[in-house]
Design a protein. Structure first.
Length: 287
């Protein structure tokens, strides 16, 4: 179909677009004419924009419709052995114990258990100042023989309830660490998480840990750094109860360290360790 343009000037309104006839006669196809109308008409352009906006709104609504589950995977590489190990210790699968009433709303449990992958099944593991026992219960569920020591009978009672719920058996000892003697060459691993005691007791306790490990045994420790007082996100009230990596290097003579670092990390473990913190992390093996 052809549209004929006559050699006179006139104006015509079509779909919001004004056409002025050319001064010379020319022909144009209807398809080309309609393209010009669609691309130059403000009214039609506004209608197209409204349709696009409605489609975008629908897409956004779909993204926010609950419940939905999204999976995020990330990969990083670093030469810092501390970051390589400790940055991944909090990553774990969901455990049945996460849904027990006593543990709800307490994120970040089982922080350090993955560092103990090298312990032989049935290996003997000592937990110092273990409290409510989430880490101990997890390792017991993996077939390890666990001894958990803490001075709080309330915490150990919670540990026993959790162990019962999870169907595992854990040996516990309620006593002050000042009165606890670690057996020589008895343990395949010793775990010390947030175990803050006076300096003199800590030095003796750490020397006993070295003696208490078997050859090939590992020690895993995380504690607050003295400068944690500036963060106010958990930990002891005085710097004397905290420790530096240099302190631990001296106190664990006889072990070969593979991690000895001080770093910031987000801590979310129970109600007393919440937020960005400055921690000291130490891990080593007895030759």
């Amino acid at each position: 179909m052809k549209a004929i343009l006559f050699p006179l000037s006139f104006g015509a309104w079509m779909g919001g677009l004004v056409f002025h006839a050319a001064t010379h006669a020319a022909s144009i196809s209807f398809e080309d004419l309609w393209v010009k109308v669609r691309t130059r008409s403000p009214e039609l352009g506004a209608q197209v924009s409204r349709v696009d906006a409605a489609q975008q709104a629908s897409t956004r609504a779909d993204l926010h419709w609950a419940p939905k589950l999204f999976v995020d995977g990330r990969v990083f590489s670093t030469n810092d052995p501390g970051m390589n190990l400790f940055s991944n210790l909090g990553q774990r699968a969901i455990q049945a114990s996460d849904f027990l009433p006593d543990l709800l709303n307490q994120p970040g449990t089982h922080t350090f258990f993955t560092a103990l992958v090298g312990i032989p099944k049935g290996g003997r593991v000592l937990f110092l100042a273990e409290g409510e026992g989430r880490n101990a219960v997890f390792l017991a569920g993996k077939g390890h023989s666990v001894l958990a020591v803490d001075q709080s009978s309330v915490g150990l009672n919670k540990l026993h309830r959790l162990a019962h719920e999870m169907g595992v058996r854990i040996e516990t000892l309620c006593c002050d660490l000042a009165n606890f003697q670690i057996e020589v060459a008895r343990f395949d691993a010793i775990v010390s998480i947030w175990c803050h005691v006076p300096i003199e007791l800590r030095r003796k306790l750490h020397a006993d840990c070295v003696q208490g490990l078997k050859s090939g045994g590992v020690l895993i420790l995380e504690a607050y750094h003295p400068k944690q007082l500036n963060y106010r996100t958990g930990g002891p009230p005085t710097a004397e109860l905290m420790m530096t990596a240099q302190d631990l290097n001296r106190e664990f003579l006889g072990l070969n360290p593979w991690i000895s670092s001080e770093r910031e990390r987000a801590v979310y473990e129970g109600t007393h360790h919440v937020g960005l913190s400055l921690v000291t992390q130490w891990a080593g093996m007895k030759p």
